[in-house]
Ligand binder design. Structure first.
Ligand code: FDA
Length: 310
């Protein structure tokens, strides 16, 4: 763990970033997780996945903007994205993070930007999903989401709920009862133990219990996981409930467990891949590389420490 944290801080150094972004080896490794640097590249990736029977949600990478002008710029990309999606015959939608639309700057500013995106998305008939971020954003995200779901309808905008949050058991039942379209995830941020389940069996247990609830009570639920045991369990719950295979969908990140994605498609399940694109790809890809088995990140940072020091 100490080595891992050390590698994490090294990898975030500007000189490592600069070396990595311009190095073919890293770009190749990172590229499997990224649609590309531009919206066009993201759409091209979505098109290629569609040819394999995989639906997509694209995401312009970036979070936590610090100024109104950055929030407005991100909003413009989101609006361009929904318009571009509408121009394609793809089963594709947009995922976005509210801190990219200015939630840290001002909630009213963020709400105004979200409305601009949803106006464009409604016009283009493209669904938008609000990703869920660190626990301190859960309350404002749900507040904004509930307001826009009421304004635009549950088939226009959906939400993500995280199973690792140990003190928010009511969110799922409340949102399901409201007819919200929910993507269920285990939860992806480092949070204090008072806030989240930490032990793997606790996180997995909460995820499976909530997945079962969603299969029973949710509206077109999305179960987002790469965990083969969770996927097997979800399949058997769905079969026991007599659900059609297209009553729900599995979601996975682009470039992660492609074998599993293809196998699920072959077996007739709906599969959606989350495809990030944009110039800020490095931090996102770093998170994915860190999760690769076998300490790939440690080996890479050692390599750069030896060769590319400023
Ligand atoms: P688990 O953690 O058990 O992982 C199973 C295996 O998958 C791992 O052993 C690893 O090999 C591989 N793996 C998992 N994640 C990987 C990654 N990023 N890169 C490379 N390999 C990886 N979280 C959140 O807090 N808010 C959100 O909005 C979203 N949105 C989201 C959308 C989609 C489509 C997915 C698939 C996931 C998210 N997440 C998320 C992330 C989620 O909360 C969780 O952190 C990861 O999916 C890992 O959990 P698993 O269920 O895959 O199981």
């Amino acid at each position: 763990m100490i080595l891992r944290n050390f590698s994490r801080s090294i990898a975030r150094q500007p000189w490592i970033r600069k070396a990595a972004v311009s190095t073919p080896l890293i770009r190749d490794l990172a590229w499997r997780f990224i649609g590309g640097e531009t919206l066009e590249a993201g759409i091209a990736t979505a098109r290629a996945l569609r040819a394999r029977g995989i639906s997509t949600t694209i995401n312009h990478v970036g979070t936590h903007v610090r100024s109104a002008s950055a929030a407005v710029a991100a909003t413009e990309v989101a609006i361009a994205s929904v318009r571009r999606i509408a121009g394609e015959r793809l089963d594709c939608y947009l995922s976005l993070k509210l801190t990219q639309l200015g939630l840290d700057v001002d909630e009213a500013l963020c709400a105004a930007q979200l409305h601009r995106v949803l106006d464009a998305a409604a016009h283009a008939a493209v669904f938008v999903r609000l990703d869920m971020e660190e626990s301190r954003y859960v309350e404002p995200t749900l507040r904004l989401f509930d307001a826009v779901r009421a304004a635009y309808g549950a088939d226009a905008v959906g939400i993500v709920l995280q199973s690792y949050l140990r003190h928010r058991p009511d969110d799922l039942a409340r949102e399901a009862a409201a007819g919200s379209r929910i993507r269920l995830v285990k939860g992806g941020y480092w949070e204090p133990a008072e806030v989240v389940w930490r032990r793997r069996d606790e996180v997995d247990g909460a995820f499976l219990a909530q997945a079962g609830y969603l299969l029973r009570h949710g509206r077109r639920p999305a179960l987002a996981t790469h965990d083969p045991r969770a996927i097997a369990r979800i399949r058997s719950i769905a079969a026991a409930l007599g659900l059609e295979q297209d009553a729900f969908e599995f979601q996975l990140l682009h470039g992660v467990r492609e074998d599993l994605q293809d196998a699920l498609v072959r077996e007739g399940y709906r599969v959606r891949s989350y495809v990030p694109f944009g110039e800020q790809w490095y931090e996102y890809a770093l998170g994915c590389i860190r999760r690769l088995p076998g300490g790939a990140l440690d080996r890479l940072t050692e390599r750069f420490r030896g060769s590319e020091a400023p």
